[in-house]
Design a binder for this molecule. Structure first.
Ligand SMILES: *[C@@H]1O[C@H](CO)[C@@H](O)[C@H](O)[C@H]1NC(C)=O
Ligand SMILES: *[C@@H]1O[C@H](CO)[C@@H](O)[C@H](O)[C@H]1NC(C)=O
Ligand SMILES: *[C@@H]1O[C@H](CO)[C@@H](O)[C@H](O)[C@H]1NC(C)=O
Ligand SMILES: *[C@@H]1O[C@H](CO)[C@@H](O)[C@H](O)[C@H]1NC(C)=O
Ligand SMILES: *[C@@H]1O[C@H](CO)[C@@H](O)[C@H](O)[C@H]1NC(C)=O
Ligand SMILES: *[C@@H]1O[C@H](CO)[C@@H](O)[C@H](O)[C@H]1NC(C)=O
Ligand SMILES: *[C@@H]1O[C@H](CO)[C@@H](O)[C@H](O)[C@H]1NC(C)=O
Ligand SMILES: *[C@@H]1O[C@H](CO)[C@@H](O)[C@H](O)[C@H]1NC(C)=O
Ligand SMILES: *[C@@H]1O[C@H](CO)[C@@H](O)[C@H](O)[C@H]1NC(C)=O
Ligand SMILES: *[C@@H]1O[C@H](CO)[C@@H](O)[C@H](O)[C@H]1NC(C)=O
Length: 536
């Protein structure tokens, strides 16, 4: 309470009424510490001889008139000469109904009623919201999903009403919560972006309706659960390549950074690779010259946001890999049939542009009545219809990404009908071979884990030995020797027949012991190492 005396009469809310029996009623408001002067006989020139003041039915002081009682020290009440009551240093509790009883000269009595109200405040208003981070301009930040406590306290005499009000973008509420106590506290659990807005704590004196308020802006920050998305696209300039990073759904706008890992897979707070670009945006593009790209390089997009706890950085990345088309290098087809050449490109990052080409000049293959192109995930198929001897030759499965161009060379052998007849004659020999092949295959199958070399054909590593390609057991295909279409290399080891396509170095015993088909042996074509052309 305010103890400081203000030597002024405050707040004379006069609402005097003259009652029928000659007395008046006055309402007076004073703050603690004030001097209050309660009037009695105001409408005359005569001086009351004696005045008695009665508060709430109890006589408190008598005096005034010709010989006013001197105010004893420490006594807050005095009756002045004209009969009015002087209260020095009003304190809470002085409020009440005061009655003055004055005797006027001529033996008249006069009554007056004074209603004294003691009031103060609202004051000492304090509002706090937490846990929250304060910005330099005083705006607070809370994170979505957290529990936030809103405290407000204030004082007023005789009593205070505290209210939290909210003004937001989507809705407002003048009274979220309210109390007549001096402390108002409420909690908001799992706070949502809709709770962003201005919070005001309002304190109102219940007697005077005077109000005081304190407002704070609260922002609710949030981030999406997912990681940013890394994508790629060819740039307009063919010598360049574009990488895109997007991270939508964060508030406020995050900071995205494109960089390159110094060490493999390194990320997080101690990331210290090369930074290409940093920007406050939810979508950041990076254009790099192809000459700056290399095999095994990891490009990483990291997001920075206040709502992401440090050490919980989110990022996306990719490690660049040159293309590596795989498939059967040798295919035999029967005249007047059709054949499907299969090429699988599954490792290239960014994804390669894979196309089939024909002949040493690598002419484009135009789909039509002769050629049918189809794509199933990473597998690119070329079906050649109505095969003639002209179709014999080399085909290329050309795979290109920003790092490199690599080709799978497929040699197609076309058997004429006469050769086919000859083949029928040799069917018994073939049956014999297949019979023994089955035995060998069985042995091979039981020890497949030792000879399944995985990977595939045309790998560039120098230390690579013979490449064994395991083909699904299909007696018919082998028998007829027309092999309309060889299935692609299987990476699993559930195969029964071993075929050798290439013997770059003959120091591997596996190759010699493995059964080979006679056709394949005689037509073995030394395939070139896949070209490592880097286009610029
Ligand atoms: C006249 O005054 C007396 C004493 O103060 C009070 O009891 C009474 O109600 C008053 N009468 C009217 C009509 O106001
Ligand atoms: C007023 O004072 C007179 C004499 O002092 C007394 O007789 C009278 O009863 C008083 N009236 C009231 C209402 O107290
Ligand atoms: C005033 O009136 C009272 C009774 O109401 C009476 O006793 C008293 O003597 C009177 N005094 C004078 C001076 O008339
Ligand atoms: C709110 O008040 C409570 C005590 O009533 C206190 O424990 C809490 O820390 C306060 N919160 C804030 C945000 O001031
Ligand atoms: C305080 O700063 C934040 C962020 O800079 C801004 O969004 C907000 O509107 C500012 N608040 C005020 C009251 O200026
Ligand atoms: C304001 O909030 C209170 C408490 O949550 C609720 O009872 C009241 O209906 C709301 N008023 C408006 C206008 O939304
Ligand atoms: C708070 O007080 C200011 C003036 O001090 C007033 O303009 C504003 O409307 C008040 N806000 C509320 C919610 O009462
Ligand atoms: C990319 O190459 C062009 C010239 O070909 C050069 O001007 C440019 O600075 C290079 N950009 C980067 C990022 O190295
Ligand atoms: C793939 O390459 C062919 C020619 O080689 C070209 O026409 C085509 O636009 C390329 N596609 C993409 C997606 O780059
Ligand atoms: C197959 O090709 C031959 C010539 O190469 C042509 O005469 C024949 O009509 C073709 N058959 C079909 C079904 O396209």
């Amino acid at each position: 309470m305010k103890i400081v005396a203000t030597v002024a009469l405050l707040q004379l809310c006069f609402s005097a009424t003259v009652s029928g029996n000659g007395s008046t009623e006055t309402t007076l408001t004073a703050a603690p510490g004030d001097i209050a002067l309660l009037p009695c006989y105001t409408d005359g020139t005569v001086t009351p001889t004696v005045t008695t003041w009665i508060k709430n039915g109890r006589e408190i002081i008598t005096g005034g008139g010709a010989e006013p009682t001197p105010a004893p020290s420490g006594q807050r009440f005095t009756v002045l000469h004209d009969g009015s009551l002087n209260i020095r240093l009003v304190v809470p509790g002085d409020e009440g109904s005061y009655l003055c009883n004055s005797t006027l000269p001529g033996n008249f009595t006069f009554h007056a009623r004074v209603q004294l109200q003691v009031t103060s405040g609202p004051e000492d208003l304090s509002a706090s919201i937490g846990p929250a981070t304060a910005l330099s301009n005083g705006t607070l930040i809370a994170y979505k999903g957290s529990t936030v406590t809103f405290n407000c306290s204030g004082a007023a005499y005789p009593s205070v009403q505290l209210t939290w009000a909210f003004r937001g973008a989507s809705f407002s509420n003048e009274s979220l919560v309210s109390t007549s106590g001096s402390l108002l506290k409420f909690r908001m659990e799992d706070i949502q972006p809709s709770a962003q807005g201005v919070y005001s704590c309002r304190a109102q004196n219940t007697l005077t309706h005077q109000t005081l308020n304190k407002s704070t802006e609260l922002l609710v920050y949030y981030v999406p659960d997912r990681h940013p998305e890394c994508m790629w696209a060819p740039a307009q300039d063919p010598s360049q390549f574009q990488f895109d990073c997007t991270w939508f759904g964060a508030y406020p706008t995050p900071t995205l950074r494109w960089g390159e890992d110094e060490d493999e897979g390194e990320q997080g707070a101690n990331w210290k690779g090369r930074v290409y670009s940093t920007e406050e945006t939810d979508s950041l593009s990076l254009t790099l010259n192809r000459s700056m790209l290399s095999d095994g390089q990891t490009l990483r997009c990291m997001v920075k946001h206040l709502a992401l706890a440090s050490g919980k950085e989110k990022s996306c990345s990719f490690t660049l890999k040159p293309p590596y088309p795989e498939g059967e290098p040798l295919v035999t087809a029967q005249e007047d049939t059709s054949i499907t050449l299969i090429c699988s490109e599954a490792v290239s990052i960014p994804p390669a542009n894979t196309t089939w080409r024909k002949g040493l000049q690598q002419e484009d293959i135009i789909p039509g009545s002769k050629y049918v192109l189809s794509e199933e995930g990473p597998v690119l198929k070329l079906t050649i219809l109505n095969i003639s001897k002209d179709d014999e030759g080399v085909y290329f499965c050309r795979s290109e990404n920003p790092l490199a161009v690599r080709e799978l060379e497929v040699y197609l052998t076309v058997r004429t009908s006469s050769a086919y007849t000859g083949a029928i004659i040799g069917i018994f020999i073939a049956a014999l071979i297949v019979g023994s092949a089955a035995i060998v295959a069985k042995t091979v199958y039981s020890s497949r884990h030792r000879i399944c070399l995985g990977g595939g054909f045309g790998q560039v590593e120098e230390d690579r030995g013979d490449v064994l390609s395991l083909v699904e057991s299909d007696d018919e295909q082998i028998f007829q020797d027309t092999v309309p279409r060889l299935p692609p290399i299987t990476n699993g080891c559930h195969t029964t027949l071993v075929q050798i396509h290439r013997i770059p170095s003959s120091d591997h015993e596996d190759a010699e012991t493995a059964e080979t088909s006679p056709e394949q042996q005689e037509e073995t074509v030394q395939t070139e190492e896949p070209a490592d052309l880097v286009t610029f």
